[in-house]
Design a protein around this ligand. Structure first.
Ligand SMILES: Nc1nc2c(ncn2[C@@H]2O[C@H](COP(=O)(O)OP(=O)(O)OP(=O)(O)O)[C@@H](O)[C@H]2O)c(=O)[nH]1
Ligand SMILES: [Mg+2]
Length: 174
């Protein structure tokens, strides 16, 4: 099972909707052009699809649910953790959430993929991946974590680098 976590409004539900639209078998009738609408997730969203022979299940837990995220840690082999490049005010809080996950006993064997979302937004309205990395001291996080921590920039809106996410999940799929 893959968990999709991150603070409120970073774009988790939109990513799930886009993954389902691209990979799920029954999504053929969905409109390709429009960006799906989302509302804040109270509880969890579950999406399953297959890539090659791998069955992949991704569970989003809403940012508002952060206090109870840990109830789902037990079956999590993979953790997708999303940051919003356009929300500088939220970055410190996001970083603390990430550090809590990395230090959580149940997630010591999980792999982490950090998603820097919303790269479609114009440059002066958002941080670059370099700015965000230095704000959260990403190098230190990667160097000191026992877990495997990788990262990629994405746009859930424009479906940029979603294949990177799926390849990463499939590589460690269970
Ligand atoms: N420009 C842009 N907007 C995005 C992107 N991803 C998500 N959004 C927008 O960000 C807002 C919040 O997206 P959600 O997917 O609902 O966020 P969430 O992480 O699920 O939020 P919670 O469920 O509250 O934790 C929506 O208006 C999305 O359309 C992106 O890649 N680019
Ligand atoms: Mg959501």
């Amino acid at each position: 099972m893959t968990l999709l976590l991150g603070a409120k409004g970073v774009g988790k539900t939109l990513l799930l909707k886009q993954l389902r639209a691209i990979y799920a078998v029954k999504a053929a009738e969905e409109d390709d052009e429009a960006v799906p609408a989302t509302i804040a997730t109270i509880g969890t969203n579950l999406v399953s699809f297959t890539v090659g022979k791998e069955a992949i299940t991704v569970r989003e837990m809403g940012g508002a649910m952060a206090p109870i995220w840990s109830s789902c840690f037990e079956d999590a082999q993979n953790v997708l953790f999303m940051f919003d490049l356009a929300n500088r005010q939220q970055t410190a809080a996001s970083c603390i959430l990430l550090l809590e996950l990395i230090s959580s006993p149940e997630l010591q064997k999980a792999r982490f993929l950090l998603l820097f979302n919303k790269i479609d937004i114009e440059r002066d309205m958002r941080m670059t991946i370099i700015e965000l990395s230095s704000l959260i001291r990403l190098d230190d996080i990667v160097a000191t974590s026992k877990q495997d921590v990788s990262f990629t920039e994405i746009s859930a809106r424009n479906k940029t680098n979603l294949d990177v996410i799926v390849d990463w999940i499939a590589k460690g799929a269970r």
